[in-house]
Structures are given as C-alpha cells and as structure tokens.
Design a protein around this ligand. Structure first.
Ligand code: TYD
Length: 203
C-alpha cells in the first residue's frame, strides 16, 4: 500500500504524521514513513539546495532537482518497499510537483507531464490532502522558524497552490481524500486514520 500526504504550508502534516506513527505502532500495523524532498543521502544534498533562499533557481531547474530527488527516493526506498508488500507513507510526492512547480511556479501541465511520465513513478493508492485557507496556513508556518525558499513566496503563490490541490482532488476523487484542516488535530487524525484503515482492509 502506497499512501501520500499532501498539503501546503502549515496545514498540519507533521502533527498528523506523529499521531499516525504512534497509532500504527500501538496497533502493530507496519508502515515505512518517508518524505520528499530529502529521504535519501543523495536527496538530502538536493534538499539543501532546494530550500536555500540564497540560491536563485529557474523554475525548471527547481523541477529537475525535485525529480532527481524523487527518482532516488522511488528507486532506493519506495519501490523496494512496495516490492516486498510493505506499507509506505510519504510526506509529499508527485501532487506537490503539480501544485508547487505547476501552479505555483507556472510551469504548464503538459510540460510537466512530458518530464514526469517517462520516469514511471508509481501512483499512490491513496493520497490524503490536508486543506487549509492560505492565510491560516501561513500564520501557522511563519510563526514557527526561519523561512525557507518556498515559505518566503507571496500569498498569490500559495493561493495558486491551494486551488491546484483542490482541483486535483476533484479530478482524482478515486485517489485523493481531502480533510479540512480547520478541524481539531484529533478530528483530522481520526478522519485520516479511518480512511487509511478502510483502504488497508480493502486490499
Ligand atoms: P519541508 O521543509 O519538507 O516542508 P513541508 O512541511 O512544507 O513539507 O519543505 C519542502 C518544500 O518543498 C515545501 O515547501 C514544498 C516544496 N516541494 C515542492 O515545491 N515540490 C515538490 O515536488 C516537493 C516534493 C516539495
């Protein structure tokens, strides 16, 4: 089972992941938790460049670095785990690229498809998208620590990202489950847990 978690800044992915980790551990459900960018040793180096706000990247260069990170991630972590029938949960994956580089950085969908399709990344069985109004998310994210290269962007950038996620969720309703992140942390966790368990029981 391959599950991905998506959402924009401050949507509560980290809190949800901590709660899911505990829940799976307590219930003897084995899951490999991983993330993008930066899950592999090679990816960690790419992540440094991607988040460094002193580095100016062309949107396409940014995309290539993210895809290189994903290729390492898929080949070294995700595919080997799925081949052994393990459960994998990735904090961000393909939908992030369409939202951030597509809508955010304005690379058109066909161009992105042309870069991405030949790489044959596995499609997630389930994607949980945490949705939050942009103002709210930025307030939460910016209250935390130093801003990275993405978090520094203006509000329009994040509005485009949110709209793109919402559209993707509508278009791919068989795969993407949207959770309203203005709910309490407990409610968000319960909704995500129930949805994951249902999927696990179906398979
Ligand atoms: P990270 O510190 O992991 O934050 P978050 O908690 O928001 O996931 O930062 C990763 C950043 O990389 C995040 O701002 C989104 C961005 N990103 C893309 O722009 N495209 C992608 O394909 C991926 C995987 C991430």
């Amino acid at each position: 089972m391959f599950i991905t978690l998506e959402g924009s800044e401050g949507a509560g992915k980290s809190t949800l992941i901590e709660r899911l980790k505990k829940y799976f551990l307590n219930n003897n459900i084995e899951f490999i938790f991983t993330k993008e960018p930066g899950a592999t040793e090679e990816g960690k180096e790419l992540r440094k460049i991607l988040l460094d706000k002193t580095i100016m990247l062309d949107p396409l260069s940014e995309t290539f670095l993210l895809l290189a990170d994903r290729l390492e991630h898929v080949r070294k972590i995700i595919n080997p785990a799925l081949e052994k029938n393990k459960n994998v949960l990735s904090d961000r994956y393909l939908d992030s690229t369409y939202a951030y580089q597509g809508a955010g950085r304005k690379i058109n969908q066909d161009e992105l498809d042309q870069l991405i399709k030949p790489l044959k990344f596995p499609e997630p069985d389930l994607t949980i998208y945490l949705d939050l109004p942009v103002e709210e998310g930025l307030k939460r994210a910016r209250g935390r620590d130093k801003l990275d290269r993405f978090e520094e962007e203006d509000i329009d950038f994040f509005e485009r990202i949110r709209n793109s996620y919402l559209k993707a969720a509508q278009k791919n309703s068989h795969r993407i489950f949207t959770i309203d992140s203005t709910n309490s942390e407990t409610k968000v966790f319960e909704l995500a847990r129930d949805c994951i368990e249902k999927k696990l029981n179906e398979s």
